[in-house]
Design a binder for this molecule. Structure first.
Ligand SMILES: *Cc1c(COP(=O)(O)O)cnc(C)c1O
Length: 243
């Protein structure tokens, strides 16, 4: 394995402090009724591997990335017990590369049954013994530029994935939501995802997770029942908007 340039002690302290603050906020929410096992996924897109290592050394294990190549490059040089979440737009021609990442933990952005099937084939072709965890991404805001299945098609899509993708394990639902919605309380995108999850659970009896909430609103998401929050800039600092 190649080695990662170690983070500077200043950067290690900075990331450790931010991570402590986010964790403290998660714990406060848990004391007030949020899911006791809610998971913090540290979103590290555009950030160097050294930053990830700094968070890793502070005990963080779940990390999220948006670009397949960036994720492959980082996974190749970072510790094998990291649990990677793919949270970017899922492209059909990238399923194979994703399936080759030994410690890929979940793909959170499965946005159609067709893509679920491609991912399923790639995963099984790679000979992976355990099913890959996936989240069905739901377009709760209905915006044309957002990925995800429309709310009205989500139940059927969830059923199709469960029934026809033996290599996948549907863990739950995920939404990004609109910028506008994230200013509102309650956030209508989160409310829509909770409602959909409740309906699906009633229909199937299978428990489903809720991946929702980012730096600006993860506490609110936890209050509404998120079991997994995706936090980037509050841990690693602001990102350049382009690479
Ligand atoms: C970048 C990103 C995040 C993290 O956003 P922050 O506001 O930096 O916390 C979460 N989820 C998805 C899908 C993202 O693309």
């Amino acid at each position: 394995m190649e080695t990662v340039v170690a983070p500077s002690s200043g950067r290690t302290d900075e990331i450790g402090q931010c991570l402590d603050e986010v964790r403290a906020a998660v714990r406060r929410c848990q004391q007030q009724g949020a899911a006791p096992a809610a998971r913090l996924v540290a979103v590290s897109k555009f950030k160097p591997a050294a930053d990830i290592l700094a968070a890793y050394e502070a005990g963080q294990r779940h990390f999220g990335e948006n670009y397949v190549q960036e994720l492959c490059d980082k996974a190749a040089v970072l510790p094998a017990d990291i649990k990677w979440h793919f949270i970017g737009r899922l492209q059909s021609n990238k399923c194979k590369a994703l399936a080759a990442i030994p410690n890929l933990w979940a793909v959170e952005t499965v946005e159609s049954v067709e893509k679920a099937r491609l991912l399923d084939s790639a995963w099984r072709a790679a000979g992976r013994p355990l099913p890959l965890g996936v989240f069905l991404q739901v377009n709760t805001s209905g915006e044309a530029n957002k990925g995800g299945v429309p709310v009205g098609e989500a139940a059927a899509a969830a059923r199709a994935i469960t029934d026809s993708c033996a290599g996948l394990c549907l863990r739950g639902l995920m939404t990004i939501g609109s910028a506008d919605g994230s200013q509102q309380r309650p956030n209508p995108d989160f409310v829509a995802l909770v409602r959909l999850r409740d309906e699906l659970q009633r229909a199937t009896g299978a428990e489903l997770e809720l991946s929702m909430g980012m730096s600006g609103d993860f506490e609110h998401a936890l209050e509404l029942g998120a079991t997994s929050v995706r936090v980037g800039s509050s841990i690693f600092g602001a990102r350049a908007t382009t690479r």
